[in-house]
Design a protein around this ligand. Structure first.
Ligand code: EPU
Length: 425
């Protein structure tokens, strides 16, 4: 077990008495979806890295446990700073139970392939949005010269003659496949060109981490990333970017409860799509250097949203906006462009009185229905955030079960909401 000094509270439900407006200031943690690729990227440095602003969420702790079980030396320097020494990391079967709990463990494939020329990882877990294919990851590994096959539930990859830079064109824009090809190609011979690459800030963060370790990666943040393989990397000290999804979740919570919250330690540029939608809903947004203040009288207007890869509206903010739309005037529509099966949370909101009609990739939210507290479940990470937001703004008491999934991506969400005035435990 990783000895993380900020051990998360071990509760199995969250109780919220709705109706309190949120006021005050909340500090945002480092970004989970940047931390995971960077932690697995340390494998390629074969040396000591110090990673700062790591969020103490369970996906991160489990990633560190995987690294440790495979031979890395992991040491917490502060509650959010960890030193990872991967010199003694061993290639081999990854710990089955840990890998099957989280999606980010697919990154072991690219990282091990890049360092050892082979990898064996069981099928990774993560939020259940139906089928989560990895065909683009495999296409990328094969383009670099690896053979990939499935056997007994394991994904195996091997580059018998080494990995060589090549052009990789993704048929769909995938964060995971972009990360995995960057991991596999950073030490490969020659130049890899990734086309139709994901442009998310966490892709840029991974490239910045690698370049700090001596890699030669250009174009991250655009749809064409060029990775010129280098012979070796060295360790470094690196600070993870703030979590734009955690920030967006608090912004929507403030807007829905009708409060005034300063969301701090963020990069406002990353919040543009969320801020723009909230402004359309009648919320006041003030941008500062590294913070945003959200002011709302709780009277929201309905909007339509379509989720798309970055810089489009993030799918990971869809459920939270879905909750907000239940309290808005009029009818809003959300069209899901990434995960078609992301609507399971709407059934939970229905238990609180929401009137939502789901039809394929689209849900229609008929706003201003009286929302009342109920027993609901966090069906997945962001679905859990949605029921929390609804419970904060609804009348009466809600009991949320399945909170383990919320801990995967939100550090101390109960403490942070309590500090803003929520009646939560
Ligand atoms: N896809 C394919 N083939 C592939 C890979 C993806 O068809 O080989 C499709 C997927 O089915 C999906 C789309 O491409 O329709 C995008 O998937 P992507 O690979 O970008 O998602 P991911 O890497 O598995 C990451 C985040 C998710 C986030 C998505 C989209 C991590 C660990 N997870 O998943 O985050 O929803 O990108 O932005 O970074 C969350 O944090 O709550 C979460 C689910």
């Amino acid at each position: 077990m990783i000895n993380n000094p900020t051990t998360l509270q071990d509760t199995d439900k969250i109780i919220i008495k709705g109706g309190n407006r949120l006021f005050g200031s909340v500090d945002i943690s480092g970004m989970k979806n940047a931390a995971l690729p960077i932690l697995f990227a340390t494998i390629l440095t074969k040396s000591k890295c110090v990673i700062e602003n790591l969020p103490a969420v369970s996906d991160v702790t489990q990633s560190l446990e995987i690294l440790q079980e495979m031979g890395a030396i992991v040491r917490y320097l502060t509650p959010t700073t960890v030193e990872v020494d991967t010199e003694s990391f061993r290639q081999g079967l990854a710990p089955f139970d840990l890998v099957s709990k989280m999606r980010g463990s697919t990154y072991l494939l690219g990282a091990e392939l890049g360092r050892f020329g082979k990898a064996n990882v069981n099928y990774p877990g993560g939020c259940d949005f139906g089928v989560r294919p990895i065909d683009q990851h495999i296409k990328g590994f094969e383009a670099l010269g690896a053979r990939v096959w499935m056997e007994n539930g394991y994904i195996n990859a091997e580059a018998e003659h080494g990995l060589f830079g090549n052009s990789v064109y993704f048929d769909v824009t995938s964060v995971g496949a972009t990360v995995n090809v960057m991991l596999a190609s950073v030490l490969a011979e020659g130049m890899t060109i990734i086309e139709n690459a994901a442009r998310e800030p966490h892709i840029v963060d991974l490239a910045n981490f690698f370049n700090t370790c001596g890699a030669n990666i250009t174009g991250a943040g655009t749809s064409v990333i060029k990775v010129r393989g280098v012979k070796e990397l060295h360790g470094c000290t690196y600070t993870i970017i703030p979590d734009m999804i955690e920030a967006g979740t608090f912004m929507v919570a403030a807007a829905t409860t009708g409060g005034r919250v300063r969301v701090t330690n963020i990069i406002p540029k990353h919040m543009e799509t969320v801020s723009t939608k909230l402004i359309e809903m009648g919320v006041q947004i003030e941008e500062h250097d590294d913070a945003i203040t959200v002011t709302s009288d709780g009277k929201l207007k309905s909007v339509n949203i379509k989720t798309l890869p970055y810089p489009g509206f993030p799918t990971d903010m869809h459920p939270q906006f879905g909750a907000a739309l239940c309290f808005a005037e009029g009818t809003g529509i959300i069209t899901e462009g990434i995960w078609e099966s992301r609507f399971r949370y709407t059934e939970e909101l229905g238990k609180m009185g929401a009137n939502i009609i789901v039809n394929g990739k689209t849900a229609t939210y008929i706003g201003k229905h009286q929302m009342t507290g109920a027993r609901v479940k966090a069906v997945d990470l962001r679905g859990g955030a949605a029921v929390m937001i609804a419970a904060l703004a609804a009348e009466g008491v809600s009991e949320i079960t399945g909170v383990d999934v919320i801990r995967r991506g939100y550090y101390d969400v109960v403490g942070k909401l309590k500090a803003l005035g929520a009646d939560i435990q």
